[in-house]
Design a protein around this ligand. Structure first.
Ligand SMILES: [Zn+2]
Ligand SMILES: [Zn+2]
Length: 184
């Protein structure tokens, strides 16, 4: 993967409060690309991505719109963020979605900042979850699949409890798969 820069996309009007988590997102990006510039880009929510009956964004729609968006289409590493809740196909909600071939990932902080009853959690818990989910989605962009090791950051999380159960790092096996790409 040859990269010149990283695009950090904020969906206008529904962007997360970056003051709390910017450094955690940057730390996750820096794990993969220590030196590339990170450009912050504001993008309007694509028409049709918001589904009013569910009050959620369609992750699939967001990611395919990013692929053709003038602002980021040529960027091989694009991480987009929203505070709104997001769903994907038949799943009621997702924390994130990545498309490795396009180099694009979208993430929702909605459930990362809340407990299972949707009450707010502490800033420390929120920040750790954001870091883990960024590592996870960028891991997908580096062609990693889901890992069976529940402690590995690449394990699939269908609930916030599972996100909390993972460690903020790759297991040895995932780390080995990543290593050649990181050295490139
Ligand atoms: Zn995943
Ligand atoms: Zn793993």
């Amino acid at each position: 993967m040859r990269l010149k820069s990283v695009a950090m996309v904020l969906f206008k009007g529904v962007e997360p409060d970056f003051s709390k988590v910017r450094r955690d997102i940057e730390a996750a990006i820096r794990y993969f690309v220590p030196k590339l510039p990170i450009h912050e880009i504001a993008v309007a929510i694509p028409t049709g991505a918001y589904v009013a009956e569910r009050d959620q964004l369609d992750a699939n729609r967001l990611i395919s719109e990013l692929r053709s968006s003038e602002a980021v289409k040529d960027r091989k590493l694009t991480l987009a963020f929203t505070e709104m809740d997001m769903f994907y196909e038949k799943m009621n909600f997702v924390f994130g979605l990545a498309h490795a071939g396009w180099g694009k990932a979208v993430m929702s902080t909605f459930r990362l900042s809340r407990d299972p009853m949707l009450n707010p959690v502490s800033e420390g818990v929120f920040r750790e979850r954001v870091f883990k989910e960024c590592m996870h989605e960028i891991g997908h962009l580096w062609a990693l699949g889901h890992c069976q090791d529940k402690k590995c950051v690449m394990s699939f999380s269908s609930t916030i409890i599972e996100v909390d159960g993972k460690l903020p790092r790759f297991c040895n096996s995932c780390e080995l798969k990543l290593a050649p790409g990181l050295r490139r």
